[in-house]
Design a protein around this ligand. Structure first.
Ligand SMILES: Cc1ncc(COP(=O)(O)O)c(C=O)c1O
Length: 375
């Protein structure tokens, strides 16, 4: 008998395959199509020749852990303890899976805010726990009254995602204050803060859970080098949590992967020590603006994009199809692949919205927006 009878192939694999079959421009799955930094490439060449091919310590290559601590300190003024509070993971996906296994027990409840990225539900189900899907407001911002109504003494975890995939919205101070109040009120409640797009925000400053000391003891904060350094295929990220929670996470991590592949750890450690993090905001802001400008004159309606590399569009007034049918039509007939938003929610209700990834060459964005303008 299947442990996950309702879980099917992810929409990202499905749409990427459809795009390939129909030779459509693939703006569905979230991955960059442009080259990585030459400096990163040069470090790879150099590190391949060095002794970087054996197991790293289970928590991570010491140089990389140090560099992560520096990034967190510089970005959020938090002093994360290098040995006790940081863990390098095989992407954010493994970080999230491991964290959920570590803190969630049979019968616990976990709040997931819909529309939500697709890697939260399965690990909760595997803990024999209950995902409680709470809808974000129609503007994709948290509805605190509704969230409050769904939290009780059985709620172990709330999973937040800011900047938000798929909507591209970012949380404000009020949201962070509400979150703090909620965690204060419910002693059993912990926070899993998925911040894989932490360095991709535009007009607004990213309000990380790292910034609030009162959240540190109860939070697990996840990031992804895949997103930050445009190396999604390397599957490397990290998680930061208070020592007590981290000890539990590490117990599971050591039997899932033991340690993340050594080469990427050495390479990223050296890269960060030389360069720090480049301001990727500038790069993505430019791409967002090119794409938005290209779409402006189309029949689609642009929704706000404050962070991430996703732009959501409404096709109300363009088609009456469901968003799943519409993205299929878009791929097959018009040559651009996107993701329907309804698949990110439990109720699968569609509101005529689709998501495009703009982490693409400017020329790709231009061609795609020209095609969309013809509809
Ligand atoms: C919100 C969110 N969380 C987690 C992940 C997974 O990141 P990784 O590729 O590092 O596992 C993604 C990837 O698209 C994402 O968008």
């Amino acid at each position: 008998m299947s442990k996950l009878p309702h879980i099917t192939t992810s929409i990202f694999s499905k749409m990427s395959l459809l795009a390939k079959e129909h030779k459509a421009i693939n703006l569905s799955q979230g991955f960059p199509d442009f080259p990585i930094d030459v400096k990163l490439k040069n470090i790879i060449t150099q590190k391949i020749q060095e002794d970087t091919h054996q197991y790293c310590p289970a928590s991570g290559h010491p140089e990389l852990l140090e560099e992560i601590a520096q990034v967190v300190k510089k970005s959020y003024q938090r002093e994360a303890h290098v040995e006790k509070e940081i863990l390098v993971t095989a992407g954010a996906t493994q970080a999230i899976f491991t964290a959920i296994q570590a803190v969630v027990h049979t019968g616990d409840e976990v709040i997931i805010l819909d529309p939500s990225y697709d890697c939260y539900v399965a690990p909760v189900l595997l803990c024999n726990a209950k995902p409680i899907r709470v809808s974000l407001g129609s503007n994709f911002m948290p509805d605190w009254e509704s969230i409050q109504k769904h939290v009780n003494s059985k709620t172990k975890l709330i999973i937040t995602n800011n900047p938000h995939n798929p909507s591209g919205r970012t949380w404000g101070e009020d949201d962070m204050n509400q979150l703090k109040l909620l965690l204060d009120e419910f002693k059993n409640l912990h926070l899993l803060s998925d911040e894989v797009y932490e360095f991709i925000t535009f007009e607004n400053k990213h309000l990380s859970a790292h910034l609030y000391e009162s959240l540190h003891k109860k939070s697990i904060i996840v990031s992804s080098f895949g997103k930050t350094l445009h190396v999604t295929g390397w599957k490397i990220g990290y998680v930061i949590a208070d020592e007590k929670i981290m000890n539990e996470i590490k117990k599971i991590h050591q039997y899932m992967v033991f340690c993340v592949n050594s080469m990427s750890q050495h390479v990223i450690g050296a890269y960060l020590s030389q360069d720090g993090l480049k301001d990727i905001k500038i790069l993505y802001k430019k791409k967002r603006d090119i794409f938005r400008k290209g779409i402006e004159k189309s029949r689609f309606k642009l929704l706000p994009c404050e962070g991430t590399y996703f732009q959501t569009l409404s096709y109300e007034g363009v088609s009456n199809l469901s968003d799943i049918e519409f993205t299929e039509q878009l791929t097959k007939k018009y040559g651009v692949a996107a993701i329907p938003i309804s698949v990110f929610s439990q109720d699968n209700q569609h509101h005529k919205m689709i998501r495009f990834c703009f982490a693409k060459e400017n020329s790709t964005l231009k061609t795609a927006s020209d095609l969309l303008c013809k509809i």
